[in-house]
Design a protein around this ligand. Structure first.
Ligand code: 9MR
Ligand code: ZN
Length: 538
């Protein structure tokens, strides 16, 4: 069937801008030696090119070839055909091709808002009454607290500080690095207020995060959820009691980092808010420094909502120090940075490993100590080398390597973000930019599943996401990046239908498959960064 294995020629289904590099990917390098580009409107062949290469791609279980049609720059609708491989899906070449998908991936965050009515004017079919507005009980006590607001994390209705902080970080960085691509007309309640919508949207989460900080200690609660996941209903229909789960070091460190970032980014728009963010960051850092030997968060025994476990908090501490240094220029933070032993750290830009954010913050600060910046640059580069090697060895230019974890599409988008960061700090412009673009091409259809992984876009697009509002309304929300291939088969449905498939093909568009087909705010957010950086060129 179509969903089982798509066309033998895969392309970015959203399309290409006129000056983009354009590569069609052939599943089987042995089938064809040449290909045609057909103008769909006229049926004419406008270009004939060679099918080149034979790249054994273990992740897909295929030996893949490429067809370069970069020279087609005339706007229009096209498809690729070849005698034996057949036809690709149709795609468009035009310069504004990413505008809608970019706006919709930001808008998705608005549609995930909790604690506020979503009006028909802004949310259309996904309008609903304010949800989760009742006070929550601090777990293990009888004390209650207002922690309304923020975004629903994902397909579930939990609100979690750790992944929420990652999502905010990507948005703020995207704005900091590429403010010229953001506008004030995404169609959220704050549109037209003179502040770019991406900052209004991120602030919605930050205002909630303030409520998640314990006033007395400065520590930050890990999450607010029910004891278990809610049923498949609209959010305002959930009747479960809410619990504020214990303070965790990772939540506290992440919080300090994004609040420090916010203090920098919002300063030009709202000085009082920026100050509040800085105070909150410093307070959180103090808590963390006094509690560094505490373990990571684990769910209390009667709680089964998302855990976001993380036993290693040194990277969160590092990130917080680095952002505070960049924001304030205070060398006492730099001194603490220099004393941290980062050797055992895994590198990452995920919700669990955040050290790459920290390196980037230091390396883009106003002043650096050369010894430290060399050290951090080496760390950053070691990650970069790994993803470059993965891309080189994979016929689909995927940066994942051999294992596709839960949320592999986040890692692909993160890697695109890292490549754009490299572009900023290493000044090797075009090559990193091109590799970043390839990660977007993968996400939008140039992959071995033939899915365009953003809902509502492309010819073959997820229609059965694990997302409670979409499931209850029977309509898929547009602009959501799904988790994607997961070779660890982490839900019963995936185990039943994907067993034995190559890693990159372990994806299924079914609402039961929460480990392949859920969506989250922090999978959309690196995509926002990636598209911002790619849209900013020229
Ligand atoms: O994205 C998370 C993934 O990296 C983990 O492997 C997985 C299991 O711990 O959890 C994922 O996060 C889910 C969270 O626990 C609850 N909300 C939905 C998230 C996405 O599936
Ligand atoms: Zn809610």
């Amino acid at each position: 069937s179509k969903g089982d294995i798509g066309p033998s020629i895969n392309i970015n289904q959203v399309g290409y801008r006129t000056n983009d590099t354009k590569i069609a990917i052939f599943r089987d390098s042995s089938l064809d030696t040449s290909f045609d580009v057909v103008d769909v409107a006229t049926g004419n062949v406008v270009f004939t090119g060679d099918v080149v290469g034979s790249i054994e791609t273990e992740s897909a279980g295929e030996t893949v070839a490429h067809g370069d049609f970069t020279s087609i720059t005339k706007p229009g609708t096209y498809k690729i055909t070849a005698a034996n491989s057949g036809e690709s899906y149709e795609f468009v070449i035009a310069d504004n091709i990413y505008d809608d998908v970019f706006a919709d991936t930001v808008k998705m965050l608005y549609l995930q808002r909790c604690g506020i009515e979503l009006t028909e004017e802004h949310a259309d079919t996904f309008a609903h009454a304010a949800c989760h507005v009742q006070k929550a009980t601090i777990y293990g006590t009888t004390e209650t607290k207002d922690v309304s607001g923020g975004w629903h994390d994902a397909g579930d209705y939990g609100r979690y500080v750790v992944p929420g902080a990652k999502a905010v970080a990507d948005l703020l960085l995207a704005y900091e690095d590429y403010n010229e691509v953001f506008n004030d007309s995404v169609g959220i309640p704050e549109s037209g207020n003179g502040i770019p919508d991406v900052l209004d949207e991120a602030r919605y989460e930050l205002e909630w995060m303030f409520k998640m900080q314990d006033d007395q200690s400065g520590g930050v609660y890990h999450k607010v959820t029910g004891l278990k996941f809610a049923g498949t209903v609209m959010p305002e229909e959930v009747t479960d009691d809410l619990y504020i789960m214990p303070i965790s070091n990772c939540a506290t460190g992440d919080y300090a980092a994004v609040m420090a970032m916010a203090a920098r980014v919002y300063k030009q728009y709202d000085e009082a808010f920026a100050k509040e963010c800085l105070t909150a960051a410093i307070k959180a850092l103090n808590y963390l420094e006094n509690n560094l030997e505490d373990g990571g968060f684990v769910n209390p025994s009667d709680v089964t909502t998302g855990e976001y476990p993380d036993t290693e908090d040194i990277d969160e501490y590092f990130w917080a120090l680095s952002e505070l240094y960049k924001t304030t220029g205070d060398t006492s933070y730099e001194e603490k940075l220099s004393l941290l032993d980062l050797n055992s750290l895994e590198n990452g830009l995920g919700w669990q490993t955040v050290d790459l954010y920290g390196y980037y913050a230091y390396l883009t600060a106003d002043k650096q100590n050369p010894e430290l910046s060399n050290r951090f640059m080496e760390k950053f580069k070691s990650y970069l080398v790994t993803i470059e090697k993965n891309i080189e060895e994979d016929g689909y230019y995927s940066s994942m390597g051999k294992v596709y974890p839960w949320g592999s599409n986040m890692t692909l988008a993160n890697n695109g973000e890292v490549l754009l960061m490299a572009n900023k700090i290493l000044e090797d412009n075009d090559s990193y930019y091109e590799l970043a673009k390839k990660q977007l091409d993968y996400l939008l259809g140039a992959n071995s599943t033939s899915y365009c992984f953003v809902t509502g876009y492309g010819t073959l697009t997820p229609e059965n996401t694990h997302h409670r509002p979409s499931q209850s309304l029977g309509i898929t929300m547009v602009g959501m990046l799904v988790g994607g291939a997961n070779s660890n088969l982490e839900d019963p449905y995936a185990q039943n239908v994907l067993d034995g498939k190559p890693a990159a093909k372990c994806y299924v568009d079914n609402e039961q498959s929460y480990s392949c087909n859920e969506v989250t705010v922090y999978w959309n957010s690196p995509l926002v960064y990636l598209m911002a950086g790619l849209n900013a060129k020229e």
